[in-house]
Ligand binder design. Sequence first.
Ligand code: DOR
Ligand code: ZN
Length: 344
Amino acid sequence: MTKKQLTITQPDDWHLHLRDAEALNSVAPFTAKQFARAIIMPNLNPPVTTVAMAVEYLDRILAAVEGTDFEPLMTLYLTDNTSVDEIIAARKSCFIKGLKLYPAGATTNSDAGVTDIRNCDAALDEMQKSGLPLLVHGEVTDPQVDVFDRESVFIDKVLQPLSQRFPELKIVFEHITTRQAANFVLESGDNIAATITPQHLLFNRNALFQGGLQPHHYCLPVLKRNIHQQALLGIIRAGSNKFFLGTDSAPHARHKKECACGCAGIFSAHAAIEIYTSIFEQQGVLDKLEAFASFNGPDFYGLPRNSKTITLVKQDWQVPDEYPLGSDKLVPFLAGQTIHWKLV
Ligand code: DOR
Ligand code: ZN
């Protein structure tokens, strides 16, 4: 029997870019409407590297979602110079839920990122002791490495050795895109988990070139071959508790996507839970959505599951062609297309 309505525990988004200033005010309400909490990426310009900066950013986010009970879960941007004292301060703060590893040069605002993970050993040691997770953008930046191989090479060159040196460190392998990443997480201990985006479940790299160059399908890590998309779909069908929802919703103004040297990032916050629901339905595993969206993330982070619920109904609606982004425009994921589930 096909389902017409679905009620699940309210989900959380374990990987989200909210930006700042007027862009923040434009996009944050979309997330607050669906999700109880979200892990907020610190790749602002300048990046959020200290607890003091995170407190100020938290206040700006709370102002942008006033009138809701959305809870931002803050992160710090790891650098070569992040001190042990900053890690201790982060743990004591209680609202910092992890440190984000951007290999320097890997993606948007990553110039201040880590040049060699060994520079972070003291900070990582403290994180391991205090149970503060490391959230990983898993790509090497060596220009000699093919862009489609950067995640799998990262596993071999950085992540595998790192997890051997810090066997108890909690690691979230963010926005995994390959079969190798899925297998790495499956074969690792309970301290290693991963998030999966809607775009890496829905598309493979053909979508970048379908009928012409498609900047709104460009994100990092870039979409991979179909075999990798199928591996990720296999993961959600199997329903392992090591994988959970992380949209990586990353808004950029239309003119910064539709240009030479366009930015990487897909904005999906406008319809995130509806898109994931459609994917799970299409895979015949709607019964596995709730664990992926609402249980596995808080269980991994050691946070309580949400007590509220949300309801989705089977109802077609069309994604607008654009939304405002401050005084700019934003093209949402699946713009102009029909989505078959709607949040009530
Ligand atoms: O596509 C991406 N966009 N990947 C990232 O890692 C960063 C993000 C952004 O901040 O725009
Ligand atoms: Zn991201």
